[in-house]
Design a protein around this ligand. Structure first.
Ligand code: FES
Ligand code: FES
Length: 172
């Protein structure tokens, strides 16, 4: 079957099997491998992208269901003005180690900040509670998102790196 959608602002069209998941369409057909695939159980959240500005787990969406919709992936976060403050925050606050969860975390973070520009650490933990990080203990992820909230226009390269977190723990 033929499917057509907008991905990161560009219309794409491809011939796919009806069972193709959106995560595989993005990775295998479009080679947008920033969106990761981490489980077969809809639990890990590393596959989060936006569909019409709402975060979705792309392993739970058939590519055919995304037809006619506007999809944004982590490759679409950066603009001509530079990295999104969320991306900068993950660099400044050491929000990643292996980086496998990071694309999904960033997409959820940007969606959160777009509807709530000043979320509390607890609100951030609730927002990412559907996503798993095996490395960081989540504290640096929360700090990274808080950094983005307090630097909505990003930063200059000379801006100091945030200090290490005080605690680690589960996201919620
Ligand atoms: Fe794990 Fe989608 S790949 S929730
Ligand atoms: Fe490794 Fe999150 S940084 S899973």
């Amino acid at each position: 079957m033929q499917v057509t959608m907008t991905v990161n602002g560009e219309e794409v069209s491809a011939e796919i099997e009806g069972r193709t998941l959106l995560v595989h369409f993005l990775r295998d057909h479009l080679r947008l491998t920033g969106t990761h695939w981490g489980c077969d159980t809809s639990n890990c959240g590393t596959c989060v992208v936006w569909m019409d500005d709402e975060p979705v787990k792309s392993c739970t969406v058939l590519a055919a269901m995304a037809g006619g919709h506007d999809i944004r992936t982590v490759e679409g976060l950066e603009t001509e003005d530079g990295l999104d403050p969320v991306q900068q925050g993950f660099m400044q606050c050491h929000g990643l180690q292996c980086g496998f969860c990071t694309p999904g975390m960033m997409m959820t973070a940007r969606a959160l900040l777009d509807r709530n520009p000043d979320p509390s650490p607890q609100e951030i933990r609730e927002a990412i509670s559907g996503q798993i990080c095996r490395c960081t203990g989540y504290a640096t992820i929360v700090r990274s998102i808080r950094w983005a909230a307090t630097h909505p226009d990003g930063t200059q390269p000379a801006d100091a790196t945030e200090p290490a977190p005080e605690t680690a723990g589960s996201p919620a």
